[in-house]
Design a protein around this ligand. Structure first.
Ligand code: GDG
Length: 473
């Protein structure tokens, strides 16, 4: 059983007026879907809409997947989702890039909604089932679920960074969150540093004995904390990038941009952790300094709308709108804007075409758990060309060592890296891209899911009945 904040489907209106479901594309769905199908599993999560009655709990099937909806009222959405999840935990776990808000009502709501997920999971899970809980919205679920169903094997995976003790300490409910996670047999993180932060905090704040990646609980259970860097569907992106439609569309995109010599690309959810503002400033300065010319360079920035009800996100959107307006007003020429700014989301095919069309991919988050966009770009560069400028503070930087690595707080450093990537010769580009492609091809999302599931099968209570390996079931 997968337990995640969102179900892998979106509600859509059918042409005949009835309501249906459409699979929502994304790395996580692509990764977990095969695991789920192979194991006759179910996926439990929120449908994305407000349900004031709380009545919509009937399991349903979509494209062969068994789905169990968890209802949320508009108050839950405001307090649990937009509040505690996205205005408390998100900034706190991303190095305080924004100031986290601590509100006791939000915490109450977080507990209530986590309890709802745990109770529903406890009702649905088969005897001795394996349950994999995902991400920061559901950190209390492992413990709540274990209390209800001690027979289950429970895994947890955090998609975002886990902060150092100095920051985590601020949270008024720090101990409860740690204890929530300790309900799992295996707690997975993107990077080894995050797993170490967690183990250290458990030792300091909860007082349990620890040794390396193991936590020893007073009741005899052991919990393992380890890193499983997430990845992408490598083969899927290869195929997509190779397809006729995508190749043609990539050409069209460059033509529509006026066939400039260099296309820079940024593609992110519109989120203050992603460093969009600073990267556009750096690019703007390269033009005003005379290093680049709008006649032959353009920056395409796709900003996918995200969390639009949260105050910080509204402010960010306005700031970026203003900056883009100013840069284009000051630096652009007729038919030649400096920045081509798109506030929208696109189908996967269009994303792949953009990756193919871009000479330099610019990924400069202040902090990011992994950053799949960087890996997707690499996957789409079938000819071993193109450059990746990547923040040191993205999880992906631990694997993609051949990118031009930058400190996103250092504007001059970013400018220098953008220029270096811009002037690099073909041999240099090929050398770097080839190495990065090898890395991502070897560590794709299937390897990620299999690695985690194999460790989960071996983790936890050694007296429990061993789980049959997933593949042979
Ligand atoms: C979190 C963590 C971690 C984006 N726009 C469109 C679109 N996307 C797809 C991308 C990519 C995914 O969404 C974004 O993933 P990222 O990893 O870049 O960033 P977050 O959304 O912040 O994800 C992150 C990740 O979880 C996984 O664990 O890597 O650190 O923050 O796959 O392609 N897809 C489509 N249209 C869009 O407009 N179809």
């Amino acid at each position: 059983m997968i337990v995640a904040n969102r179900l892998p489907v979106d509600r859509v209106e059918q042409p005949d007026g009835s309501r249906g479901w459409r699979s929502s594309p994304g790395g996580l769905v692509a990764a977990l879907e095969p695991v789920l199908r192979a194991n006759d599993g179910v996926w439990l999560g929120w449908t994305g809409g407000a349900d004031e009655t709380g009545a919509d709990t009937e399991p349903f099937e979509s494209d062969g997947l068994r789905l169990v909806p968890i209802p949320m009222s508009s108050e839950d959405i405001e307090e649990f989702y937009e509040g505690f999840s996205n205005a408390t935990l998100w900034p706190l776990y991303h190095d305080l890039v924004a100031k986290p808000a601590f509100h006791r009502e939000w915490w109450e709501s977080y507990q209530r909604v986590n309890q709802r997920f745990a109770e529903r999971a406890a009702e649905v899970a088969a005897e001795g089932a394996t349950v994999w809980v995902h991400d920061y919205q559901l950190q209390l679920v492992p413990r709540m679920l274990r209390e209800l169903r001690p027979d289950l094997r429970i895994g947890f995976y955090l998609h975002i960074p886990f902060p150092p003790a100095e920051l985590f300490q601020q949270l008024p409910w720090r101990r409860q969150l740690l204890e929530g996670l300790l309900g799992a047999d295996l707690v997975g993180f993107q990077l080894p540093g995050a797993a170490q932060n967690f183990v250290r905090l458990v030792r300091q704040r909860v007082g349990h004995k620890t040794h390396r990646d193991l936590v020893y609980l007073p009741d005899g259970r052991t919990v393992r904390a380890a890193a499983y860097p997430i990845s992408i569907d490598w083969e899927g992106y290869q195929e997509l990038a190779r397809s006729e439609g995508v190749v043609k569309r990539a050409k069209e995109i460059r033509e529509a941009l006026g066939n400039p010599r260099t296309v820079f690309l940024g593609c992110d959810r519109l989120d203050y952790t992603k460093g969009i503002y600073a990267r556009l400033r750096a690019f703007g300065e390269l033009i005003s300094d005379g290093h680049l010319d709008v006649e032959d360079a353009v920056f395409v920035q796709v900003a996918v709308p995200s969390r639009e009800q949260v105050e910080q996100y509204k402010i960010l959107r306005d700031d970026i709108d203003r900056l883009v307006g100013r840069l284009n007003g000051d630096l652009g020429q007729i038919g030649r804007p400096a920045i081509s700014y798109l506030h929208s989301s696109y189908p996967r095919e269009e994303m792949a075409a953009l990756y193919r069309a871009a000479d330099i991919m610019v990924v400069t988050p202040y902090r990011d758990g992994m950053n799949l966009v960087a890996k997707e770009y690499v996957a789409c560069r079938l000819d071993n060309d193109g450059a990746l400028v990547l923040s040191e503070f993205a999880g992906a930087a631990e694997e993609l060592r051949q990118a031009w690595l930058v400190n996103p707080y250092d504007l001059n450093g970013m400018k220098a890296a953008l220029l270096e990537a811009h002037t690099a010769d073909e041999r240099e580009l090929t050398r770097r891209m080839k190495a990065m492609r090898r890395t991502v091809a070897q560590h794709d999302v299937a390897a990620w899911a299999e690695g985690y599931m194999a460790d989960l099968a071996n983790a936890g209570d050694h007296h429990a009945k061993p789980l049959r390996p997933l593949k042979s079931r």
